[in-house]
Design a protein around this ligand. Structure first.
Ligand SMILES: NC(=O)c1ccc[n+]([C@@H]2O[C@H](COP(=O)([O-])OP(=O)(O)OC[C@H]3O[C@@H](n4cnc5c(N)ncnc54)[C@H](OP(=O)(O)O)[C@@H]3O)[C@@H](O)[C@H]2O)c1
Length: 361
């Protein structure tokens, strides 16, 4: 098998650096670190002994140039406010496989619209492969291996919000995400989620009870009930520091991240407030259903940093594509095309603190 060249736009950002580093350890892959800043791309590529290039994802000529000899792309770019899809569009057109970690409904829907073009040209496009909704989507997708019937699923995640690595652009991205209404799947449709919170215990490093609040629905999860029949799905989120989470939410609502300049100032306030805060991240997915007519509950938990959990998903899936494990072409969400059991095995191998417990209730 020849080595596959993997272009990573945003490859020296918080998430991208982890992807570039992990892929540089794979003998079958040559990572190509990319972004608009030549010095940063070059520096990381030298450190990792891999390739680099410059790319501006808002200019199609720049994208076409960077895609020369590329087999797979993992985009860690934060889509601009017009949610341009130049990169996945050119990939679909040129038969280059494309993965991203973006969790922005408008952007993900536009990528899914490229299904026919991608299928025609032999490209695999998988969108929204970050920690959220990528991992919960894949875990819920694997529920059919355990349950005969799935009644409900609750997805909880606790963000410590790493203020040291958060960039003004990423803060704006959080603003876009928070602009989406919390919804829940019930009685075969998505309805507005009630605003009330729900208390849950999360394990180490938190070991405490946290009140979660309904969280935005993403395109991935909108698609999921079509793939995995579940009567009810609710997403819940809370910042590890309640205080910091509230300041973040209120600041974004007040427009403090509207422009990059404002986001920079707001970020310095958040960094000041977030000093010495715990920066781990916890994800918990609770599913309930039946097996042989008996009620069962499956609880999946993992604790890692937000960036690592976001980076590991497209990294594993890129390695699967490079090995030829995924062959179905077109545009998909993860649960629609990935071999989920193999994905979970790789997740554990990557050293993720992963717990998966099924018990009769
Ligand atoms: N799904 C999840 O759970 C989850 C969690 C965390 C993050 N994310 C997503 O992951 C992505 C990256 O986040 P991050 O925290 O790593 O952000 P970051 O540190 O700000 O990195 C963003 C990278 O994108 C590059 N970039 C920005 N505009 C570009 C353009 N026009 N052309 C080419 N490159 C460009 C930046 O480099 P230059 O500015 O130098 O070009 C930078 O390297 C975002 O889409 C974020 O929403 C998802």
């Amino acid at each position: 098998m020849g080595k596959k060249q993997v272009l990573i736009p945003g490859g020296y950002g918080a998430v991208g650096t982890i992807i570039s580093t992990l892929l540089s350890k794979n003998d079958h892959i040559i990572p190509v670190v990319a972004g608009r800043n030549e010095d940063q791309a070059k520096q990381l590529a030298q450190d990792l002994n891999c390739k680099w290039t410059t790319i501006d994802l808002e200019k199609s000529e720049s994208i076409e140039h960077a895609l020369n000899n590329i087999d797979i792309v993992i985009s860690c770019y934060i889509p601009s406010s017009d949610f341009n899809t130049f990169l996945p569009d050119i990939c679909a057109e040129s038969g280059i496989h494309y993965l991203d970690v973006a969790a922005f409904n408008q952007f993900n829907e536009k990528v899914m619209d490229l299904n026919e073009k991608a299928a025609l040209n032999g490209a695999i496009l998988i969108t929204a492969l970050g920690l959220f909704p990528g991992i919960p989507g894949l875990i819920l997708g694997s529920n059919t291996d355990f349950f005969d019937k799935i009644d409900s699923a609750d997805i909880f995640f606790t963000s410590g919000g790493n203020m040291d690595t958060l960039t003004p652009l990423a803060l704006q991205g959080i603003g876009h995400m928070m602009g989406v209404m919390p919804m829940q799947w019930e009685n075969e449709s998505w309805i507005k989620a009630p605003a009330k919170g729900r208390k849950e215990y999360v394990s180490e490093p938190f070991n405490k009870q946290i009140t979660f609040y309904p969280y935005m629905v993403t395109h991935d999860l909108v698609e999921l009930p079509k793939i995995v029949k579940t009567d009810k799905i609710v997403m819940w989120s809370m910042s590890e520091s309640f205080f910091l989470g509230m300041v973040l939410l209120m600041g974004i609502k007040m427009g403090l991240a509207k422009t990059i300049k404002r986001a920079e100032k707001f970020l310095s306030v958040l960094r000041f407030l977030g000093k010495k805060k715990h920066r781990d991240y916890s994800l918990k997915i609770v599913s309930r259903g039946e097996k042989e007519n008996l009620p069962y509950e499956r609880v999946v938990e993992m604790n890692e940093t937000e960036e690592f959990l976001t980076a590991i998903v497209p990294t594993i899936i890129c390695e699967q594509i490079a090995k030829g494990d995924i062959s179905r072409v077109g545009a998909y969400i993860g649960a629609g095309v990935v071999d989920i059991q193999k994905f979970i095995v790789s997740l554990k191998k990557a050293g993720i603190n992963y717990k998966d417990i099924i018990k009769k209730i």
